[in-house]
Design a protein around this ligand. Structure first.
Ligand code: VGL
Ligand code: ZN
Length: 202
């Protein structure tokens, strides 16, 4: 059984937001059309407390896009974004969320970031998505949303490791592209065997 996984289509990742993905809102109409083709729809929502340790503002002398050493390894530092309850954390107003059955919030622990929808960045703390998918008999996950080179990539890689058949809808994702991260992401996805399809094929 297949499901659509809509990653982080939130105001802060769209033009005008604090961690704007170039043309991040371009994918919204594509995703709205795809929603009609799926019976099972899962969304994720980046959901950070104020003062989250992935924010550059939480580290003295650091600027956005610098890195910091966390307990779990090197972490890119971001502008403050998707703060719990803020309008930046809301889904894009044109995204049709009516059919969404579950929303996985991530990044709510102050000292761990979470790109993947399956595991937080320590690669150990589970979001519970694997259990949810297995109990519902979902085996094929079509991934769309933001950003290709961070949350979409990590979700697809972890999903493969958890035994799901992961696919990316290439015209329904959009990347940040920090120092070549977008090209690197497509390479890692290809190496891991993640499928790539276009929206028209679905
Ligand atoms: C994301 C950076 C920080 C994403 C979330 O959704 O790709 N990127 N938080
Ligand atoms: Zn975040």
């Amino acid at each position: 059984m297949k499901a659509l996984l809509i990653v982080d289509v939130q105001n802060d990742f769209c033009p005008g937001g604090s961690l704007e993905v170039p043309e991040g809102d371009r994918i919204v109409p594509v995703i709205n059309r795809l929603i009609e083709k799926f019976d099972h729809i899962i969304q994720t929502q980046d959901w950070h407390p104020e003062g989250h340790l992935s924010f550059a503002s939480s580290h003295q002398g650091k600027s956005p896009y610098d890195t910091a050493e966390m307990d779990y390894g090197t972490q890119v530092l971001w502008p403050d974004h998707c703060v719990q309850g803020s309008s930046g954390a809301d889904f894009h107003p044109d995204l049709n969320t009516t059919k969404t059955q579950v929303i996985i919030r991530k990044g709510f622990r102050k000292s761990i970031d979470s790109y993947s929808t399956f595991f937080e960045n320590d690669q150990k703390t589970s979001t519970g998505l694997t259990g949810y998918l297995r109990e519902r008999g979902i085996t094929e996950l079509y991934t769309v949303g933001l950003a290709t080179d961070f949350c979409v990539k990590w979700s697809a890689l972890d999903g493969m490791e958890q035994g799901f058949n992961m696919h990316i809808v290439e015209d329904a994702v959009q990347g940040i592209d920090l120092n070549g991260s977008l090209e690197q992401a497509w390479k890692e996805l290809g190496d891991a065997g993640v499928g790539v399809v276009s929206a028209a094929e679905l």
